[in-house]
Design a binder for this molecule. Structure first.
Ligand SMILES: [Zn+2]
Length: 446
């Protein structure tokens, strides 16, 4: 054991207190090649075309939300993330809020990446310059696979692309698979132009709308890992079962007089749309990924939108669907446990969770394993656009998983062998099975 790094032995690890982790369990968890079930990763070509590549970039997603929560003014954050603001000015804006919030796992995920990938242990005014230089010199073809596959140990990451309305066809299949994003069908105005562009079907009445959605599924489903919707960001997750005729009447009226459609009528079409997408997903054997719980960002959350139990009517109606509830429904994770324990068609995804609340995630993981069948848990999704903090996030997840499993073995609940087997299921095997990865993957990683 003498040659193991500190984070594997539990001696000390960044600023976390010394914890009791069985080194054999940590090693076993670290060795698992992960199937990452949720990212927003950009393609490498998009990354290499970016400008303004500096230290602040590693804190843009999520970490910046904690800077703001700590008190950073909005205009200071905007300057921090601008291309043309000098580095020393950025450091001055960043430093007080960084020190105020560097206890959180959002920040820690970035710090772990900075330490392991760029060799910098402590961020300060001078190392921020050095870090920026190292990031820029490393930013060459191969960088994304180096971080995700070689360093993080991720074989494949499932991506909900944010740079396209429905589906990113042009993707590096040796590292990514793509979700079909259906959230725009649950918003307003409906993405009719984009549907026509995608399918070639001109939408002049409701039946064309149905044909276009079905054509979208027909063309994307064979390549897709799942569908994804995150409408909890703007609406409650109760989707009424609307008859086709009612949806058709409102839809056709909306085409004629869009200004006369009120919010309640919009909801009729959106509710119908979600049910239709679930039906198409069953037809095409696709899991249904749903954002539940906490909202990214700051100063706007409506907790009424995010409760996972609001979805119960669709779990009841579609026993043949495979629902995948994201983010442990935080802070309603016990609702998620009860739903997953009760419904055969409900799976649980810990994507994003380890950095929202690391300690709650350890508790959740342990609780899950004593309450819900292990084959329905997907234990990691980085949920990042860029690769570096996803690396840091996975380090936190592997550490938390080893910690929870150590406790379960100590409590005589699992044997060590059972613990290792469960880790492999939740980080890899369950995802391969649920997302039909062997069948759909076109190439294997190098
Ligand atoms: Zn996400």
């Amino acid at each position: 054991m003498a040659n193991l790094p500190d984070w594997q032995t539990g001696r000390s690890w960044l600023s976390l207190p010394v914890m009791k982790i069985d080194p054999e369990l940590q090693q076993a968890v670290d060795a698992i090649r992960v199937i990452d079930t949720h990212e927003h990763q950009e393609e490498e070509s998009a990354r290499l075309a970016r400008k303004g590549f500096d230290f602040a970039w590693l804190f843009e997603q999520y970490a910046s939300h904690d800077l703001v929560s700590a008190g950073m003014p909005d205009d200071h954050l905007q300057q921090l993330l601008k291309e043309d603001v000098p580095l020393d000015r950025k450091w001055t804006l960043f430093e007080p809020w960084y020190h105020a919030s560097r206890n959180t796992a959002y920040i820690k995920a970035a710090e772990i990446a900075i330490r392991d990938l760029y060799g910098i242990d402590e961020l300060n005014a001078s190392t921020a310059v050095e870090l920026t230089e190292r990031m820029q010199s490393r930013n060459k073809p191969g960088i994304v696979k180096w971080i995700l596959q070689s360093e993080a140990g991720i074989d494949l990451a499932q991506v909900n692309a944010l740079d396209t309305t429905f589906f990113r066809k042009d993707t590096d299949r040796s590292v990514f698979m793509q979700d079909i994003g259906v959230v725009s069908l649950l918003g307003w105005p409906l993405p009719l132009k984009q549907l026509t562009e995608e399918t070639g079907i001109e939408i002049k009445e409701f039946k064309h709308y149905v044909e276009a959605i079905d054509a979208l599924f027909d063309s994307c489903a064979p390549m897709a890992d799942a569908i994804k919707q995150q409408s909890a960001y703007f609406r409650a997750q109760r989707f009424e079962d609307v008859p086709d005729d009612d949806a058709a009447r409102v839809f056709n009226e909306a085409l004629k007089n869009p200004d006369r459609i009120d919010e309640q009528q919009q909801t009729v079409i959106q509710d119908w749309g979600f049910h239709h997408c679930v039906q198409q997903s069953i037809k095409h054997d696709l899991p249904i990924k749903i954002h539940t719980g906490y909202k990214a960002g700051c100063n706007y959350m409506d907790v009424e939108h995010i409760k996972p139990t609001k979805l119960t009517n669709v779990f009841l109606k579609y026993p043949d669907a495979r629902f995948d509830l994201f983010h442990i429904g935080y802070p309603y994770q016990e609702e998620v446990l009860a739903l997953a324990k009760h419904f055969r068609n409900v799976h649980v995804d810990m994507c994003w969770a380890w950095i929202i609340d690391w300690h709650a995630s350890i508790r959740f993981f342990k609780q899950y394993l004593t309450a819900v069948p292990a084959n329905k848990l997907f234990a990691f999704g980085g949920d990042y656009v860029i690769a570096e903090p996803a690396y840091g996030h996975l380090k936190l997840a592997r550490r938390g998983i080893a910690r929870a499993l150590t406790e379960l073995v100590e409590d005589d609940y699992f044997t060590k062998q059972q613990a290792i087997q469960v880790a492999s299921m939740v980080l890899r095997e369950n995802a391969i099975e649920n997302f039909r990865i062997d069948k759909k993957r076109l190439t294997t990683p190098a």
